[in-house]
Design a protein around this ligand. Structure first.
Ligand SMILES: [Zn+2]
Length: 71
């Protein structure tokens, strides 16, 4: 697991599906154990992760509204 940020995340592969990385995600608290863990995500997986968390946090209506403005 990576504990330092990517210098250029587009040169890394998405940690979930292997596509070209586009966004850096600093993981979730449970996997940190005192350190921040960095992951590369492609744009499709980044979008999916955002949508999933927004739905869980705000509910479907508000999540859909927020995702509309997210590219
Ligand atoms: Zn991906």
């Amino acid at each position: 697991m990576r504990t330092t940020p990517y210098r250029d995340v587009t040169r890394a592969k998405c940690g979930r599906c292997g596509e070209r990385g586009e966004y850096e995600w600093s993981g979730v608290c449970a996997e940190r154990r005192g350190k921040i863990i960095y992951h590369a995500l492609c744009s499709a997986c980044d979008r999916e992760a955002n949508e999933m968390l927004l739905k869980w946090f705000y509910g479907v209506g508000k999540a859909t509204e927020i995702m509309r403005g997210y590219e």
